[in-house]
Structure formats: C-alpha cells, structure tokens
Design a protein around this ligand. Structure first.
Ligand SMILES: Cc1cc2nc3c(=O)[nH]c(=O)nc-3n(C[C@H](O)[C@H](O)[C@H](O)COP(=O)(O)OP(=O)(O)OC[C@H]3O[C@@H](n4cnc5c(N)ncnc54)[C@H](O)[C@@H]3O)c2cc1C
Length: 352
C-alpha cells in the first residue's frame, strides 16, 4: 500500500514517525512555502508541558526544544500558574521528518494519483478533502519583537482578552534572547496592526519594542464536529480505490477558544496511527475525544450572533472555565468567569 502524507507540519510530521514505527513508510511532501522569516507556518510556539509524552513516543526529548516556561502568565491582569512553555517549533518540525525524509515540494493532484492513501495534513489549506461542513477560520497577525526593559521589570508571558472587543485575544510569548511573539486574533478584529501598536504604546513607559518580523495567518476554529468529512474515497482512472484521510488542523483539532492546535494535532495523529487502517474507528474516536471543541465552537457562534448582546450565558462562562482547567491554568472559578479572555468585556456589558 502506497501512502503519502501531504503536509509536514506538526500533525503530518508526527504521523510519519508513528507510521514508520508500525512498519509503514509514507512519502512526506511539503513545499514549506510560508511567507515567514522562520520558514514555517505562523505560530506562537506555545505548548503545554504535556507535549513531552508525545515527543517521547517518537524518540524526541522536550528539553531539546524547550525555550522558556510560561508560568506565571498574566490573564488580563490576573496572574496564574500554567503548565505552558514555548518550544523551538521550526527545529521540532525538522526533526520530526528527519527519519522519514521530506520531499520539499507540495503534493499536487497528479502525483497524488500514485498513492492508495493520501493523508491530508495540509492544515488550513485542507488541500485534498472536500470543504468542511461548516468552516470557521479566524485571521491573525503576529510580530516577533525584541523587548528591552526601561527599568528592571521583565515582560512576562500574557494573554489579554480585554484588548479587543468580541472573542479573541492578544498574546505575548517569550521565544528566547529577549524576543517575543506578540500576536492577535479574533473575528471582527480587523484593526490587527493598530491593536498591536496600541499595546506597544501602552507599555512604552516600561519597555521598548523592536520589530524583527511580522506574519499573517488564519486558524481553523471550526472544531472537528463541524470539519467533517474526515475522509473520502474515490475510484482512480485505473479502477482502483484511493482514500484521503484528514489529520490535525485540516479537520479542526484546534481549541476554538484559544487557537491552541499543536498538542491536539499531535493527539489526532496518534489516534490515526493507533486506528490505522480503520478510518471509521479513527473518525469516531476523534469526534469523541474532541467533543468539547464542538461546544466551544457553539459558544463562538453564539458570541458572534446578535443574540449575544445579552452577554455570555452561564454555559459559555462554564465552558471558558473548563477550557482553562483543561489547559492546567489555575484560575479561580469566579475570576475565570470575569477575567478570562474577552469575556471580561462582555461581563461588563458588550461594546456598542
Ligand atoms: C498566528 C498563529 C499562532 C498560533 N499559536 C499557537 C500556539 O502558540 N500554540 C498552539 O498550540 N497552536 C498555535 N496555533 C495553531 C497551530 O499552529 C496549528 O493548529 C498547528 O500547527 C496545526 O498543525 P498541522 O500540522 O495540522 O497544520 P500546519 O502546521 O498548518 O501544517 C500544514 C502543512 O501543510 C503544508 N501544505 C499545504 N498544502 C500542501 C500540499 N498541497 N502538499 C504538501 N504540503 C502542503 C503547509 O506548508 C504546512 O507546512 C497558532 C496559529 C496561528 C495562525
């Protein structure tokens, strides 16, 4: 059976390693034609420490990629402990595909004909699967900046929902050598540039910021439930069957509230490897494992609807609190309800 993986991001690269261990040698394709200075897809590089166990499964050691722990972290002024850290993602991506060998070109429809199974690990592009049943993607803007303190204070890691109206947030993640990823995402947040500029201006009495690079991107926050189908079958010209299977962000394994997709894409790839070649079992397991993402997506849909003028419902606030707990962020219940993300704005009454 000939297997191709289209996309050597987190999901495709990790899946290649897991399949190799099971005696399947896929061909891995990725043109890596990203318009970013780091040559990989725009990303904050923030992950929970729990990524360690996924990396260990393919013989990689988190310590080799760890840049900085992000505990404590500032959430709109509330400082909480978290199990989050930043990792050197470009290096991790290189090492994930080192054994499999990477074909530095995108997989096109013609070449794809040669394969019995094509894994669509193309992230936001979803290049091989039919469209999602109900897609939702959010635009992002991220800067890499050098931060110099005007005094002795150090800029801590932070996520600030109160800087934008409506769902979304601004993040500041340290990525080593006093450099930070400072980015923003959210629907309706069309003034990305000016919101980041505002953040720099507001912090200018304590820090100076030098821009190194800037990238735009999108995150699929549709949730797996709304990103079906996960697979499709077709008959090739010679009469044989071909199966296309999606993995990672191509099928929405991203937290709709936070845009966190690295560890969930690893988990999704692991489910696929464990279920291989039973794709019905795979689809069923993904839907069950990430059922909470469907609920978060439904909260987003509500918050973007005119009905949300009354503010978030109790269930929306509960989902936010659950999201923080799931990520190991120790926010007290009432504070989470009030402060977490941009819900703080809505608790006080939505903006006109
Ligand atoms: C600005 C921003 C910040 C983010 N920050 C974080 C964060 O801090 N933490 C976190 O957990 N998540 C974050 N995310 C989300 C996270 O980056 C993704 O969810 C995760 O990388 C998804 O991995 P993936 O492998 O499924 O897809 P991707 O990483 O997008 O990889 C897909 C790959 O497919 C390739 N490709 C596309 N078409 C083809 C083709 N035809 N043939 C071959 N290859 C192809 C692309 O070049 C790409 O390398 C962020 C996203 C954005 C946009």
């Amino acid at each position: 059976m000939k297997v191709a993986i289209a996309g050597a991001g987190i999901a495709g690269g990790y899946l290649a390693g897991l399949l190799e261990q099971r005696g399947i040698s896929p061909d891995v394709y990725d043109g890596m034609d990203h318009a970013t200075a780091c040559r990989c897809r725009s990303c904050g590089w923030g992950v929970p420490i729990s990524i360690k166990k996924y990396l260990a499964d393919v013989g990689l050691d988190l310590d080799e990629y760890l840049i900085e722990p992000m505990s404590p972290m500032n959430f709109d002024g509330l400082v909480a402990t978290t199990p989050l850290c930043t990792v050197d993602k470009p290096r991790l991506l290189r090492d994930l595909t080192r054994a499999a060998g990477l074909k530095r070109e995108n997989l096109g429809p013609e070449k794809a004909e040669d394969y019995d199974v094509v894994v669509d690990a193309t992230g936001i592009a979803r290049a091989f699967l039919p469209p999602c049943r109900s897609d939702l993607t959010l635009p992002t803007l991220q800067h890499r900046v050098a931060v110099k303190s005007t005094g002795s204070e150090r800029l801590g890691a932070g996520m600030y929902g109160n800087r934008i109206s409506g769902p979304g947030y601004l993040w500041a993640f340290p990525v080593g050598n006093k450099h930070y990823h400072i980015g923003i995402w959210g629907i309706g947040t069309i003034r990305h540039d000016s919101l980041l500029e505002q953040f720099y201006r507001d912090s200018s009495d304590r820090f100076s910021f030098t821009l190194h690079c800037s990238c735009r991107g999108s995150i699929r926050v549709a949730s797996p439930h709304y990103s079906t189908p996960f697979y499709s079958r077709r008959t090739r010209e010679d009469g044989t069957q071909q199966v296309v299977i999606g993995v990672g962000e191509s099928i929405g394994t991203v937290s709709p509230f936070t845009g966190e997709g690295i560890v969930y894409s690893l988990e999704c790839a692991r489910i696929l490897a464990d279920s291989w070649p039973d794709i019905e079992k795979y689809a069923h397991t993904v839907l069950a494992r990430f059922a909470w993402m469907k609920k978060e997506r439904e909260t987003l849909d509500y918050l973007f609807s005119p009905k949300s003028r009354n503010g978030p419902r109790l269930r929306d606030r509960w989902r936010f609190y659950r999201n923080a707990r799931r990520s190991g962020i120790r926010l007290p219940l009432t504070e989470a309800f009030k402060q977490m993300g941009s819900l703080s704005r809505w608790v006080d009454g939505p903006e006109e």
